[in-house]
Design a binder for this molecule. Structure first.
Ligand code: 0XW
Ligand code: MG
Length: 369
């Protein structure tokens, strides 16, 4: 099997209810890039990359498409089933830009699984479940409103909630988190995520003020070094999200005792190939992790659901997908991803199990042959 053509599509994903907010930024519409890898067998593999605006990580939509233009000539003619060889060719052709490599890498894995007539999760090691646990991110609001949304989501079936924090006086975060902890079932796992919006001092003060509440703090500060300076000073475990940009940082964070878990994003680390390595490292060191991406339609969602399905339950903290926040679906005919009672169904078809309805799509914004 050979890659004969790379097609690039662009779509806008609207945020339902207007805005998706975090401490550092808010977005209203997201620019999604879909890659279709056409092969000489007729099989087409799909991948998607949707940065969370341009301020969340060093990723932006125009950058994704420019980097794909750089990469495309180097992968045409390769066998997409040789995922490591395709990855090596991409690394050789372009330094960095993991998020663009992610779309191509996922498309290779989709094509590979389709060529074996297997689901992606099955060629990634297999799964013992029909659906994966999801978690819901509750946006920053007053204590009463945050507690109300958290309770509503817990009643819907979510057993893990991420409470967004930061970007406002610390006392408001403390009040909101205390209100959530009082409102929800005590078995609900809580993750407080300031998305880099706290200082080291804020993090220590928060951890003292909430020492009686079982929760984990995700990426409170901007840099890896700031988190390193917090080792031994907190009452809560720390998960790293934005700081873990590749497999090497993950190894450092475990070795340095900086992270007790990870909020892991597919596009940040560069796709299924590196994320599979991170999954295996976490398995061997019993480190909990979530499997997410920044944002995206159902191609991204299916990628993280398949990978999440292969993480052993005892370290799996759940998968976040953008679906509850956006109306767009690429596979509107079979709609293979459904979130029910806080769990997301694993698509059943081969590969990602998402077949975009190409008839409803515009022409590609770029084609490389
Ligand atoms: C909740 N998420 C996984 C979705 C957004 O991309 C941000 C993110 C996070 O944990 O920071
Ligand atoms: Mg996070």
């Amino acid at each position: 099997m050979r890659i004969t053509e790379v097609r690039v599509y662009q779509h806008n994903l609207e945020v339902l209810d207007g805005r998706y907010e975090m401490s550092i930024s808010a977005v209203e519409e997201l620019d999604s890039t879909v890659v279709a890898l056409v092969t000489d067998t007729g099989i087409i593999g799909y991948g998607e990359v949707t940065p969370l605006g341009s301020g969340y990580q060093p990723e932006h939509a125009l950058g994704a498409r420019a980097a794909i233009e750089e990469l495309a000539p180097h992968i045409i003619g390769l066998d997409p089933r040789r995922t490591s060889l395709v990855y090596a060719a991409m690394e050789q052709a372009l330094n960095g830009h993991n998020y663009a490599k992610c779309a191509i890498d996922v498309a290779c894995w989709d094509a590979t699984a389709k060529s074996y007539d297997e689901r992606l999760c099955d060629i990634l090691g297999g799964t013992d479940r029909r659906s994966v646990r999801s978690y819901y991110g509750v946006m920053p609001a007053s204590a009463a409103k945050t507690a109300q949304s958290a309770k509503r989501k817990q009643t819907e079936g979510y057993t893990r909630l991420q409470v967004k924090a930061g970007g406002r006086p610390l006392i408001e975060d403390i009040e909101a988190v205390r209100a959530v902890a009082e409102a929800v079932d005590p078995a609900t796992r809580l993750l407080v995520d300031p998305n880099r919006g706290w200082t080291g001092r804020d993090t220590i003060e928060f951890s003292i003020a909430c020492r009686d509440i079982p929760l984990a703090i995700e990426q409170p500060c901007r840099t890896y070094s700031e988190h390193k300076a917090l080792v031994g000073r907190l009452n809560h475990p720390v998960f790293l999200d934005e700081s873990t940009t590749d497999v090497s940082t993950v190894i450092d964070a475990i070795t340095d005792g900086v992270a007790h878990g990870f909020g892991m994003k597919l596009s940040r680390v560069g796709g299924i190939t590196p994320l599979r390595a991170i999954r295996d490292i976490c398995v061997h060191r019993s480190i909990p992790l979530t499997i997410d991406d920044t944002w995206g339609g159902d191609i991204t969602a299916a990628s993280v659901v398949h990978m999440g399905a292969t993480v052993p339950e005892h370290i799996f903290e759940g998968t976040w997908i953008a679906q509850p926040y956006t109306s767009k679906s690429y596979d509107c005919l079979s709609a293979p991803l459904r979130t029910e009672h806080g769990r997301i169904t694993i698509p059943e078809g081969p590969g990602l199990g998402v077949e975009p309805d190409l008839h409803s799509w515009d022409v590609p914004v770029a084609t490389y042959r």
